[in-house]
Design a protein around this ligand. Sequence first.
Ligand code: UD1
Ligand code: CA
Length: 454
Amino acid sequence: MPKREPIAVVVLAAGKGTRMRSDFPKVLHKAAGRTLLGHVLHSAAEAKPERTVVISGPEMPEVGEEARSIVPEAAIAIQDKRQGTGHAVGMAKDGLKGFEGTVLVLYGDVPLIRPETILALAQAVSEESPLAVLGFSAANPTGYGRLIQNRAGKLIAIREELDTTVDERRIDLCNSGFIAIKAKLLWELLPRITNDNAKHEYYLTDLVGLTVGQGRQVALAEWPEAEAHGVNTRAQLAQIEGLLQTRYRQEAMDNGATLIDPASVFLSADTEIGKDVTIEPHVVIGPHVKIGDDVEILAFSHIEGATIANGVRVGPFARLRPGADIGKNAHIGNFVEIKKAKIGEGAKANHLTYIGDARIGARSNIGAGTITCNYDGFEKHVTEIGADVFVGSNTALVAPVSVGDGSNIAAGSVITQNVHNDALAIARGQQTVKPGWAKKYRELKKAKKQKGKR
Ligand code: UD1
Ligand code: CA
């Protein structure tokens, strides 16, 4: 295979997103548990760019922080005043100093772009066509820049809607905004862009006309309209969420999971699901969840930040919170909440339990109503339960506390001291039995009642 030209990625993300009516920058809103910017950067990362530059706006340091959390070596450039997409790309000049390959320009608010599409766009650039534009046929082209072709079908210009003629407005081939261009040509042409247009902005799209003006060609890569959706409003954010969910559910099923009612299962962008996993209806899977093979997730379970090993059964109505690490073949049943706890192989917590900041050994059985009292109002403490332990129902384990292997905790205990291996711990009020007391009491009451009637 010929050596691929190095790629650099520039993501435009300086927009405030006024129409979102939000205190947060638009690109930090989330779909499928990942920021819009995160979606774009994750897709772009698959093209193995040599450099990544994110153009952020003033007073939004969180945008840079988010970018660096995904691409630690990313350069963040600040565009102080929005003067158009061409001006924004100019801000990447420092970050791309010395870079000589192909520059890809992506938008931070167009999150459905797939890695394959980014690669296809980069590969459309050649010696003959040093600029490539990603276009799509729009059912309703209103608002988009139109791709203007000559009679031979060659791309000659992009016209923003405000600057189009009536004839040009009928064109349905639209500009996605994503381009790929040889770095040398970019820096040569960028200073020649003017703001001589309806919005008085420096349009990146003017690169097309300028390239053609040099007697060179512009390549057109096409992608499905469904991937070109951008986010400007909360309604569009919800639409993107829906499209991503459809995509991830399909991928999960393609990889060997059964989703009984896909439409009611919500996944995250980074959800990992193994083979022969069954997910019942009404399950929500938040960020950072890994599910092994042969796992059953029963209806109405809510899972985030959890690792679930092979053969586990979760739910119905279970809640796994960040740090829940469920070992092989374990059972986590209804109304059980687990947070930051390691549950050993084959262990069972089948009903009505809270386990937080804990370690539970293999094969241990946690009875209904068991609570790890992990918080003293100031700090969190750890509960350690060994292997093969039987914890009776309605036990409170007041952390920090440990319970040894093979021990047995009597139901209703409040455990405040460590329990040795193989011991029985009983920590509850002594039962007192008064023979015949209830019968006597009943008869006394009955006699009183009859006296009153007389
Ligand atoms: C742009 C394209 C249009 C295309 C459309 C696709 C231009 C001139 N027009 O129009 O052809 O059909 O996208 O959605 O490029 N941004 C900055 N700094 C700026 C201006 C914009 O960072 O000074 C960022 C925005 O935050 C956004 C992106 O660039 O992420 C696009 O800008 P926007 O103003 O939304 O462009 P459109 O008018 O939609
Ligand atoms: Ca836009």
